[in-house]
Design a protein around this ligand. Structure first.
Ligand code: ATP
Length: 254
């Protein structure tokens, strides 16, 4: 579904991503791991058009999407979350999801002004998608609560809901379990599986090793911008280069 080929990103003299190739298959949950600064977020930004490749390519469903604008890439079916929270705290859960749909369902100014049939159809489609997303993230009961008044794990789920609002085929999550407890992480793992079972392919960057090991079918490991290993959770856990990377970095993610 997604093919990254010889991707390289240089920032001046620093090579943040160094000749990385990997594939993501339709229907799977793939994890990206690696110590701090190993190039994972840069890789996300290269796939989603927030950064341009120095060299290499990214193809999605056979289309070359290398260096296209982020909004074009969203239209092709890739949606993502960010490390920094993107929720609008003074809006309700439902309004946040609606805001996430911006650009996904388009109405013209005339449609909006005159409430045309096209407007009504699009509004019905929006409402249907909002309901689907609320069901997917398990937050139907919280739909009218202000985002600032929901729990921190609910805020994490809402961030995922905002990305899902665009109805992606590929959902990319950047550290979705940051700042959560073990109990909350279990909820999030169930959520990733539920989203995946609904037909969405998932790519996750995550520091909590047990989240990655439990949620992902396959894992790609990075160190110093390079791919050092790829395989099942078991293969990755026992891979000498991965063990060395984590021991050497002092980044003992739990
Ligand atoms: N815009 C930028 N300009 C210069 N250097 C950058 C930029 N973005 C990232 N880097 C550098 O590229 C390297 C890879 O960073 P990146 O954020 O991709 O790592 P990461 O694996 O996502 O780390 P973390 O787990 O801490 O988020 C780091 O050395 C970082 O300082």
């Amino acid at each position: 579904m997604l093919v990254v080929k010889n991707a390289t990103k240089k920032f001046g003299g620093l090579i943040a991503v160094n000749d990385v190739s990997f594939e993501l298959h339709k229907g799977e949950i793939l994890g990206l791991i690696g110590p701090n600064g190993s190039g994972k977020t840069t890789m996300f930004n290269l796939i989603t058009g927030f950064l341009t490749l120095t060299s290499g390519s990214v193809t999605f469903k056979g289309d070359d999407i290398s260096n296209q604008r982020p909004d074009r890439i969203v239209h092709k079916g890739i949606s993502r979350t960010f490390q920094i929270t993107s929720i609008l705290r003074d809006l309700t859960v439902e309004q946040n999801i609606r805001a996430g749909m911006f650009g996904a369902i388009e109405t013209t100014l005339l449609d909006d002004l005159f409430r045309t049939r096209a407007y009504k159809q699009k509004e019905a489609a929006s409402m249907q998608r909002i309901n689907e997303v609320l069901e997917l993230i398990g937050m139907e009961k919280q739909r009218d609560k202000l985002a600032k008044n929901i729990t921190s794990v609910e805020q994490r789920k809402l961030m995922i809901g905002i990305a899902l609002a665009k109805n992606p085929e590929l959902l990319m999550l950047d550290e979705p379990a940051a700042g959560t407890t073990k109990e909350e992480q279990k909820e999030l793992i169930d959520l990733f599986r539920h989203i995946n079972e609904s037909g969405v392919t998932v790519l996750i960057i995550e520091h909590h090793m047990h989240v990655i090991m439990n949620a992902c079918q396959r894992i790609v490991a990075f160190n110093f911008g390079k791919k050092i290993a790829e395989g099942s959770p078991e293969e990755i856990q026992n891979h000498p280069d991965v063990i060395e990377a984590y021991l050497g970095s002092g980044d003992h993610a739990s």
